[in-house]
Every structure is written in C-alpha cells, then in structure tokens.
Design a binder for this molecule. Sequence first.
Ligand SMILES: Cc1cc2nc3c(=O)[nH]c(=O)nc-3n(C[C@H](O)[C@H](O)[C@H](O)COP(=O)(O)O)c2cc1C
Length: 402
Amino acid sequence: MDWPWRQNPWFETVAEAQRRARRRLPRSVYAALVAGSERGVTVDDNVAAFAELGFAPHVVGQPPKRDLAVEVLGQRLSMPVLISPTGVQAVHPEAEVAVARAAANRGVAMGLSSFASKPLEEVVAANPQTFFQVYWVGGRDAIARRLDRAKRAGVAGVIVTLDWSFAVGRDWGSPWIPEKLDLQAMVKLAPEVLARPRWLAEWLRHGQLPDLTVPNMAEPGEPAPTFFGAYGQWMQTPPPTWDDVRWLVETWEGPLLLKGVVRVDDAKRARDCGVRAISVSNHGGNNLDGTPATIRALPAVADAVGDDVEVLLDGGIRRGGDVVKALCLGAKAVLIGRAALWGLAANGQAGVENVLDLLRSGIESTLMGLGRASVKELERRDVLVPPGFTRALGADDQPSGA
Ligand SMILES: Cc1cc2nc3c(=O)[nH]c(=O)nc-3n(C[C@H](O)[C@H](O)[C@H](O)COP(=O)(O)O)c2cc1C
C-alpha cells in the first residue's frame, strides 16, 4: 500500500537529491561527499561557471527525434555521460555495485575508484562497461599487479588519475573518519548515526556495517588494506613522470583515460605519450584550490588536441543542460561525481537511475530547444560564452587568463 504521507522517492532535480542526501546521511558521511579543499574556490567555480553560459534557442522547426548515443573509449553509450570514480565509503551498503547496476540499466559506463568499497570483479559483473581507476600508488610493480587484476576481471579500460596533490584542510571543516569501525569509533559516531535511523536501518537490513577497507588496493593473496593504510603508501610514493605515463599506456595496451588534465601543454604531452583520451578535471575541486572551473579550461584543451584525443570533462555537472554546454565547448562526453553520489544516498540504485534519467531528459529538452537532432550536431555557437569566460591554461600564446 502506498501511504499518503510517504515521500515520493522520485526527485526532480539533482539539487533535491542532494537535500535528501543531507537529511539521510550521518553528518560525517555527508561532509565526505561535499568534500572540496581549502577556501572552496574551485569546487564552487565548477558549478557556478555553468550558470554563466547561456543558450540561444529556436522557436519553430525542431527535429521530432533526438539521438543521444555516443562512442567513447571504444564503448557505445546511450548518452554522453559516464560515472566518475569516487572513493567514498559508507554512503549505501550496495555502494558501487548499485551505481554500476544503475549505469548498466541506463546504458552508461561506470568508473570504479581504487579507493572504492567493492571489489572490481563484483562491479564488472554488474556492468561490463566498467573502467577501473588507478592512482600512482606504490610504483610500477605494484601498479602493474593492479592493472593485471583489472585485465583479468575484464574491465573495459582504465582511468588514470594523476592530479592529486594531498591538499589538507577545508575552511568549513573536515569530517572525522575512523581507520576502522571498532568499538571506540562506534561510540564516537553513535550520536550522528542514531540521528539518521533510516541510514542505519538500511545497513542493518543488509546485515552489515561499513568496513572502511579498500579491496581494490589489496596485494594478491593479502587482505584489503584500510583506506588510511593505502593512503599512507600513496603519500610515500614518488610522483609519476611523463615516462611513467608512457609506461602506463604501453603496459595497459587497451583504452586508457588520463584524468586531471587542465593545461594545454599537459594535454599535448599526454598525447605525445600515446594517451588517446583525457578528462579535463580538477578532481571536483578537491585538489589544488584556485584551479579554474573545468568548463573554463575545456575549449583551449579541446582546440589543441581534440582531433587526436577524445576530450571529456568532469566537474560541476548537475543537469542535462550542463552536459550540452560541455559538448558545445568541445567535450565528447562528461563524467559525473557528486550527482551520482547524491542519487545513491537519496535512494540507492533507483536514485542513481533517477539522476541519469534527469540528465537524459535535460539533454533531450536542451537539444530540442537548440533545434539539434543529435548530440553530435552541437556547436560552439549554440552557447553564449561571456567575454573573459575561458582560461587557456598552459597555452604558448596565453600564459594565463584571456
Ligand atoms: C567524495 C569524492 C571522492 C572522489 N574520489 C575520487 C577517486 O577516488 N578517484 C578519482 O579519480 N576521482 C575521485 N573524485 C573526483 C571525481 O571522480 C570527479 O572528478 C569529480 O567528482 C567531478 O566533479 P563533480 O563531483 O562536481 O561531478 C572524487 C570526488 C568526490 C566528490
């Protein structure tokens, strides 16, 4: 029976999914998803910059049908959206498996973080269009073992994220995250968990509690390390060189996306190392604060390497119109981070499907307004770009700004 006072589980915007996530998740878990770094300039700009772009719609003569399908990294997707890898724990008991199922049901690809809570074999079983994300942790031998495991699991490709700079501290405060959920941690977290009974009930219904380990960072035959154990190893690993990027491309041999490129010179270097797909990304504003919104950096990068490299974008996507704006400015597809996490927190797998449906209908209606029959027809002149909007980072002729 449908109780009249029960909230409709369907939500109409990503903003509403975020509100529900805030009401549903314990304070620390919600804060871990908000993330961001330092002043929060970048995390805010990622979203705000999309609002600065406008559209120039037609009034009559729109095509009756619209085609959203694209091919990215050798995968056919029902729309130009992929799930971005996010290493967060404790959002939902089914976690990345629920996200992967939702993505499979909606015909989009899944990015699975090295710091995810579910083993990649389970996620690939839920969605064969899974890309495993690797960080530069432990050096070449350890990374080769992780790549080998991903290959055996049958992933569609890898996402290499190299932009992490270990920023610490947020002006609005960081949540306390325990190393493991022992008795002491449970006592400390009890007040905020008991204030969120629906979240707790969901975990109990699944007969488990968050265990805060990272199974995809396990060495063969070893138990999964804790998040902090793996993070400590990462901090001690010397940062990668461009030679290491070339080594990654040659070792992996299959589809590979380099995530975190914002500069034109880096995009060209990546191309010269054999990288054939990049995501213009600033790690969702969780990294070097003061990096401009990715949508500002995108046009210069796409102009520089777009003919040789598949250029994607992530950061700040909250609606279908944002996807279209990114496509107009040179992206082939986008990845979504928080939007999927808000959906997962709000309503599990169905919540992620809800978010993907909102993006799809938003892309559809924007295409209709713009009079375009396909995402492939979108052009730069379909969006209004205010003067001074773009940032050509690392371009020869434009040292900054302009
Ligand atoms: C809580 C959180 C955890 C993340 N963890 C990872 C990660 O493990 N690996 C990675 O490549 N990117 C990670 N990211 C970055 C996302 O993949 C993506 O770049 C970013 O979320 C895009 O911005 P958006 O959240 O505005 O869509 C994380 C982002 C968030 C918000």
